[in-house]
Design a protein around this ligand. Sequence first.
Ligand SMILES: O=P(O)(O)O[C@H]1O[C@H](CO)[C@@H](O)[C@H]1O
Ligand code: HPA
Length: 237
Amino acid sequence: MSEYHFETSQIVTHRPPSFEDVQSIGELLLGKTKHRPAIGIICGSGLGSLADMVEDANIILYSEIPSFPTSTVPGHMGKLVFGTMKGKQVVLMSGRLHYYEGYPMWKTTIPVRILKACGISTLILTNAVGGLNPDYSVGDVMIIRDHIDLPGITGQCVLRGENDERFGPRFLATVETYDRELATLTKSIAEKLGLSDIMREGTYIMVGGPTYGTVAEFRLLRGFGADAVGKLYERFR
Ligand SMILES: O=P(O)(O)O[C@H]1O[C@H](CO)[C@@H](O)[C@H]1O
Ligand code: HPA
């Protein structure tokens, strides 16, 4: 395992980095590892130690990457891990960035653009959630079929602001945000592992936090049709 340290960056950090800046950060990262990941994994609370399963790992601390916010939440380590898992080239974010940490919304999701610039075409998001569906039990695992972007529909969409079409269209269609094939594959693997009983598939609703909800708020969110609630935002580039 090796660690890399970058020079202090001159890249402006009070507004989203430009397309050119994001590409150059991607190139900088790829220059520090021989791995060429096709899969990115963002580790939610409790899953940071997935990084220990990465073989032939190159670790780069968030604090050493231009424009990258640092993780401030306990248990979120704040490191990018390039390497292989079961023979696949991956890059893991061990440590998520949350809006409630005080970052502007774009800062919590900028790593996704940087991972894309590193070449990923599949992004696996994981996170800890609160169950809202009364049929769910503690310890169940839910595949996100769809989401309700509560901050987004109230005017705080992560894509608010200037748009560079090279990142994606101004008016992004979100009906197919989650890959059906990956969901099917996940369910079939769970079945083989004898885990079908705990596998769920439902609607995730994102809230600001850091507080957990009140009973009245949970009732409201359930009324919206959500099955689980949490605080992740990285679904859109
Ligand atoms: O989304 P992850 O990083 O898993 O974190 C989840 O766990 C933290 C504490 O509940 C909250 O931030 C919640 O969103
Ligand atoms: O946002 C949340 N709400 C309730 N429980 C949770 N567990 C993790 N995140 C959350």
